[in-house]
Ligand binder design. Structure first.
Ligand code: SAH
Length: 355
């Protein structure tokens, strides 16, 4: 069966033409899919024969909401969706002055192994398809009840480790006949798969690139992020310089402040130096405590000192406002909780004789 919602308009047109229908029909179908219909029978302006033919050859992806949590603090909504194979991923919708921002997952799990992150604990299960990522946006928007103006690919998974599907998703969500979300309103966050960045530059998208830097020196960064071990900070910063030179789009360096690990004044100086070279903006993030992880967030005093150094170095930085603190709204925490619950459930159901 074909995953019809992952097809680009030109591919959909080829499919419809092969069924002896005109391109016009494919545009109708694309529009229905972007509206989130769940069944071909709902495509009321298509001939019945075509609807039946489509249903025989293709399926329409859908998500089932397993859990929805609404923050009492700021209205942030977090969804846990079940996918067709029973896997689950998270999507978060945040309300900002400029509209709703959806934070989507790009993989089920993650294989990058960052030492402070909840998403990677169970490893990678599989890549998300383009239709699954698109549905994270469509279904969240429908439930949230407000148009989505921005997308950040900052949920579970490493988007550049699922490169082709993520590029396909971007083209679908950006399409004028679909959700029509401008590339400049989309941010892709990566842990720094440097080998993929030249390819991304070549796509010539007006996307905002965010780099999860988290440490300015190789020793600390390799400790926190295994992806750094055979790439290194220098190679990453060069990629940032190239990205800015080619696209004119300012990169964001994400930096989660971890007590006693990456929050010394010397590291602030190094960070400011790297940001200057890459002409990047620094986004300081208060570390979210993850149950299975030993790291703690930097205290206010250390953050103040760190920011003082950044300021004196002329660095351009902001401290990320933390939203949804009461709904497990950071990466992978809700999915982890479900996995723990399921593991507990399995244990409870295992009789003592079982191996
Ligand atoms: N794999 C991509 C996308 C994930 S984005 C990436 O690494 O960029 C999620 C962001 O949250 C990343 O910057 C990630 O490093 C950060 N993050 C993960 N765990 C965190 C935690 N416990 N506290 C704060 N930030 C965290």
């Amino acid at each position: 069966m074909k995953d019809i919602k992952s097809l680009l308009p030109e591919e959909l047109e080829a499919l419809v033409r092969a069924m002896g229908e005109s391109a016009f029909r494919s545009r109708q179908i694309f529009s229905w899919l972007s509206k989130g219909v769940q069944d071909f029978s709902e495509m009321s302006n298509l001939p019945k024969t075509l609807r039946e033919r489509l249903a025989a050859e293709a399926y329409i992806n859908r998500l089932v909401c397993l859990k929805k949590q609404v923050s009492q603090l700021d209205g942030t909504v977090k969804y846990l969706w079940e996918l067709r194979d029973g896997s689950a991923v998270e999507t978060v919708v945040m309300r900002y002055a400029h509209g709703a921002t959806v934070c989507i997952s790009s993989q089920v799990g993650c294989r990058m192994g960052c030492a402070f992150c909840a998403s990677t604990i169970g490893g990678l299960v599989r890549n998300l398809t383009a239709s699954e990522m698109l549905d994270e946006v469509i279904y969240s928007q429908q439930d949230f009840g407000e148009p989505v103006s921005n997308i950040v690919i900052m949920g579970i998974g490493e988007p550049l480790d699922n490169y082709d599907n993520v590029m396909r998703f971007l083209r679908l969500v950006n399409h004028p006949a679909g959700m029509n979300i401008g590339m400049r309103h989309i941010t892709l966050s990566t842990c720094g798969l440097t080998e993929r960045i030249p390819e991304l530059i070549h796509e010539n998208l007006q996307l905002t690139l965010a780099i999860s830097l988290h440490a300015p020196d190789d020793k600390t960064r390799s400790l926190l992020m295994p992806v750094n071990r055979d790439r290194g900070v220098e190679a990453l910063v060069r990629c940032c310089e190239d990205y800015f030179a080619a696209t004119g789009r300012r990169i964001t360096l994400e930096y989660a402040m971890i007590d006693g690990v990456n929050d010394t004044p010397e590291q602030a100086r190094q960070l400011a130096g790297l940001a200057r070279r890459a002409k990047a903006h620094i986004n300081l993030i208060p570390l979210n405590h993850v149950e299975e992880r030993a790291f703690s967030p930097s205290g206010p005093e250390r953050i103040r000192t760190f920011c003082g150094v950044l300021e004196r170095s002329g660095a351009n930085y902001t401290i990320r406002r933390s939203l949804g603190g009461d709904v497990d709204a950071s990466c992978g925490q809700l999915r982890r909780k479900r996995e723990r619950e399921q593991a507990g459930f399995r244990r409870e159901n295992t009789s003592p004789q079982d191996p």
